[in-house]
Design a protein around this ligand. Structure first.
Ligand code: FAD
Ligand code: FES
Length: 366
């Protein structure tokens, strides 16, 4: 009984603390507006108290923020010419001293407290804000759903295969965003699909898994430097995915299929067990139809009852065992958890592929 009382008191204390944080956030937001000047254009009013990342979004400028604003990915780098808050410890880790000296800052770390002037690279101004509506959701593997969205109104998503979008999720006290790779063909601009792995306790992945057909989401994009160019599409291509890291590689594969696989293409996909592997049947059928496409899955921990007769072990081990003809001419796209990407990169370099021909996009930032 006493223990229950202590738990109740602690819970009440935590709730009061959360309410206070939310309330003080609101107060700060309400403490006035500031003028935001971007690239020397006319000033726009934005709310004080928030960080520059959502303030820029308020002004219609959507920056990449793969870590969701934790200050660990470095993708929201801009220049603050005047009016920025002091440099945070995260910025001193991510930005070299010379870059800080040349006014580089992480937009997610800078607080808007007064009028502020910034410089945003032209390449980061292309991303758009869009509303999308869920058309269908399909469970494709354990804890992975493929969600098909249609873009609302006259919006279009003009992306390159391999790029990602960001999804906004409104919490009572703040708006968070997460990055998700587009897994569908880049030829279709009015709709897109995402492969979402549900993370236990994860905020946005659980929200997305609970969506019902007809529900609307807010997205911005496209973003990302890991994408297939027209020139690369005519080179041998090595695709290596770990788990749901397959998502952007599916979009790349779709582009290569549309081109009838002009050069050899190898798809390596690593998963724990067969229930974590997805699109297996589709890739096997594709490999039967196109001689230049090879599908090489590997399971690190197959279950006895799954009757798995394919490769066992980690995906970089399977890659190591393969003879890939013309490897030095190839371009590799690697996506998944960071340790897997490091191991795969090492193997590819040892096989003779120059590191600047290996493109990666980590899903995790610690
Ligand atoms: C460029 C990019 C593309 C991405 N594309 C995809 C994609 O196509 N599909 C997809 O499912 N995800 C993708 N992600 C990951 C995605 O952005 C989120 O990080 C992920 O969905 C977790 O968000 P959450 O809000 O559910 O969890 P959070 O609320 O952020 O985290 C809850 C807890 O789970 C932990 N956690 C977070 N991520 C993982 C993880 N992957 N494994 C184990 N624990 C974790 C956190 O450390 C935290 O303790 C991508 C990430 C990046 C940077
Ligand atoms: S969003 Fe700013 S560092 Fe990742």
């Amino acid at each position: 009984m006493q223990a229950l009382l202590v738990i109740l008191i602690i819970n009440a204390f935590v709730l009061i603390l959360c309410a206070l944080v939310a309330f003080s956030g609101q107060l700060l937001r309400q403490s006035g507006d500031a003028d935001l000047v971007v690239n020397k254009e006319s000033a726009r009013k934005v709310g004080c108290g928030q960080s520059l990342l959502p303030a820029l979004a308020e002004a219609g400028i959507f920056l990449p923020a793969a870590c969701g604003g934790k200050g660990t990915c470095g993708r929201c780098e801009i220049k603050v010419i005047a009016g920025g808050s002091s440099v945070t410890p995260m910025e001193t880790i991510i930005l070299e001293p010379q870059r800080l000296q040349s006014l580089a800052r992480l937009a997610c770390q800078v607080k808007v407290r007064q009028n502020i002037e910034v410089e945003v690279p032209a390449g980061l101004l292309a991303a758009k804000f869009l509303w999308a509506r869920l058309e269908s959701a399909q469970v494709v593997a354990e804890e992975i759903k493929t969600l098909q969205f249609n873009i609302e109104d006259d919006g279009e998503l003009d992306f390159k295969p391999g790029q990602y979008i960001q999804i906004f999720y409104q919490m009572p006290w703040e708006r968070v965003l997460r990055a998700y790779s587009i897994s569908s063909s880049a030829s279709t601009k009015k709709s897109f699909s995402l492969d979402i792995q549900r993370i236990s306790g994860g905020l946005v992945s659980n929200y997305l898994h609970q969506l019902q057909p007809g529900d609307q989401i807010e997205v911005s994009g496209p973003f990302g430097e890991m994408y297939l160019t027209d020139e690369q599409a005519n080179c041998p291509i090595i695709l290596v995915a770990g788990g749901v890291g397959l998502a952007p590689l599916r979009a790349i594969l779709e582009k290569l299929r549309e081109l009838n696989f002009p050069q050899p293409v190898w798809l390596f996909h690593g998963a724990r067990s067969r229930k974590n592997l997805y699109c297996e049947k589709y890739f096997h059928e594709l490999a039967q139809r196109y001689a230049s496409f090879k599908y090489l899955p590997a399971l690190s921990n197959p279950m006895l009852e799954e009757g798995w007769v394919g490769s066992r072990g980690l995906i970089h081990e399977l890659l190591e065992q393969q003879t890939l003809t013309g490897v030095s001419e190839a371009v590799a796209f690697v996506c998944g958890p960071s340790p897997m990407m490091q191991a795969v990169t090492k193997v590819l370099v040892a096989k003779g592929l120059a590191s600047d021909r290996i493109l990666t996009d980590p899903f995790d930032f610690s």
